[in-house]
Design a binder for this molecule. Structure first.
Ligand code: GLN
Length: 491
């Protein structure tokens, strides 16, 4: 993988030229077309931008992300570019303006390299529901890279870009980050603007960075975070200096190990790895405590009801008239039916049907209303917890990365790969996934930290500490072919 922090000093010393960085990235992307990580590469605009970056550097006016190569999930609007959310129904739709996060990245000097493949409308956990075909894992042959920000995670893990934007509605940044040995941040709800994001479940969606290192992740979040008049749900809270938090350490931090995230659904090997990390952090001054979050078992069902209800409502606009590719029929009703039947894939249809059921037929109070009450209770449980603790440490997923084709026959089995991620979305709290070596079979292993609202700084401090335990870059998944085949044999 490639790390922007490592080259930043060269960028400033003018030894490395952004134009050559872009050429190398495009070459690597060409060699790794097998991954299907990109739907589109922006070769010519990236080259132009790189020349501007080089001019800025030469003039001594480099901005915070000058020359950083960033890939963007295909559900985030970039002016004049196609934005399809991995769906046939949006094929040919060109964004009329930049999403706020994109405008901020451009202003900070980032070079946008392309848009990445994803599960259709961000519904999925494996990168296999895209209308553009599945995304492959960059160094575990035959495995999924996780999802739904599959292409973003794969592009970073394959060493094509320094960073990528993903979106996390119920784990879609953290789970693929965990599977690919990258760092994935889901910020506090309202920290990052959703203006220009194709909505899935509006009350859960957040855009977050996926990177090779914790420091790069903090650099990107520092740029994209903050109040945006174009998104009324963004909060007017100050954005701390996230990069400086990365080296703050965990001394005196109270870290809880919630029993419900370490029960026998999780393989013993993973549980003992999480506990081993807790012990290492204790040696570095953290205070480790066992704790309990009894409402955990209600989190996933509540998330699932709310997310699908909101999705069915958000996706109503793709009817071939207001938005979406129109089917060739004359009668209006037929046009709706055919446009949606042909435009949406199987998983999206399943979610729309579930969501419509939850909201319709007089069942609103039975299902949606009850899920909202659970949501409030879960929030309160976390508020109490973060009154006594600074951080929670958990596995990211209940099991290791899985193979392509697995879990497809059983949707519930697929959904449950995110069972430890959805609490952060339901409660609006920030959470990070950070690589923590390999498991007993040599597959990437990662841990998740959660913190109270607006405390991404604590997450970066803890993730930075874990990264240092594992020697940073060296122990993370290496995208080189040699390592890939070694890992595969062990797996
Ligand atoms: N995999 C989860 C789902 O399909 C979460 C998706 C997401 O975070 N976008 O609902």
């Amino acid at each position: 993988m490639i790390n922007y922090s490592d080259i930043r000093e060269y960028v400033e010393a003018r030894k490395e030229f952004c134009a050559s960085l872009v050429d190398t990235a495009l070459e690597t992307a060409g060699q790794r077309q097998d991954l299907n990580a990109f739907i589109e590469l922006f070769a010519s605009s990236a080259r132009e931008r790189a020349l501007e970056c080089d001019a800025r550097i030469a003039a001594g006016t480099a901005r915070p992300l000058e020359g950083m190569l960033v890939a963007v999930k295909d559900n985030i609007a970039m002016h004049g570019r196609e934005t399809t959310a991995g769906s046939r129904i949006l094929a040919g739709y060109h964004a009329v303006r930049d999403a706020t996060v994109i405008a901020r990245l451009r202003d900070a000097g980032a070079v946008l390299l392309g848009r990445t493949n994803m599960d259709e409308f961000a519904m999925g956990s494996s990168g296999q529901t895209s209308a553009y075909g599945p995304v492959r894992h960059p160094f575990l042959e035959g495995y999924v890279p996780g999802g739904s920000s599959s292409g973003s995670a794969a592009a970073v893990a394959a060493g094509i870009v320094h960073g990528a934007l993903g979106t996390d509605t119920g784990g879609s940044v953290r789970q693929p980050a965990a599977y690919t040995g990258t760092v994935g941040m889901k910020p506090t709800y309202g920290r990052v603007s959703r203006a220009g994001l194709v909505a899935f479940a509006s009350s859960c969606d957040q855009i977050g960075p996926i990177t090779a290192s914790v420091d790069d992740n903090a650099r990107i979040l520092a740029v994209i975070a903050g109040r945006d008049p174009a998104d009324a749900t963004t909060a007017d809270v100050s954005v701390p200096d996230f990069p400086s938090a990365v080296t703050a350490g965990v001394e005196g931090r109270r870290i809880g190990l919630p029993a419900e995230y370490l029960d026998d659904r999780v393989p013993e090997d993973m549980r003992s790895r999480v506990r081993a990390i807790a012990r290492r952090l204790e040696e570095r001054g953290a205070v480790i405590r066992d704790c309990s979050l009894p409402l955990t078992r209600a989190v996933f069902p509540a998330y699932f009801l709310i997310a699908n209800a909101e999705a069915s409502s958000n996706l109503a606009r793709y009817d071939g008239v207001r938005l979406g590719t129109a089917a060739e029929t004359d009668a209006l009703h037929d046009r709706y039916v055919h446009s949606r039947s042909e435009g949406f894939g199987r998983e999206v249809k399943r979610r729309i049907m579930l969501g419509s059921r939850v909201l319709g037929g007089g069942h609103e109070q039975d299902w949606y209303g009850r899920a909202q009450r659970v949501r409030r209770l879960v929030r309160e449980e976390f508020e109490r917890t973060f009154g006594e603790l600074d951080l929670l440490l958990t596995p990211v997923t209940p099991g290791p990365p899985f193979r392509m084709g697995e879990r497809l026959a059983d949707p519930m089995d697929m959904y449950l790969t995110d069972v430890f991620n959805t609490a952060a979305n339901l409660s609006g709290l920030p959470a990070i996934s950070v690589p923590a070596g390999k498991d007993a079979k040599g597959l990437p292993f990662a841990v998740q930290f959660m913190a109270g609202a607006w405390r991404e700084d604590l997450l970066y401090a803890a993730a930075g500490a874990v990264e240092r335990l594992h020697g940073g870059e060296a122990s993370r998944g290496d995208a080189s072919r040699g390592e890939a085949s070694r890992t595969e044999k062990l797996g």
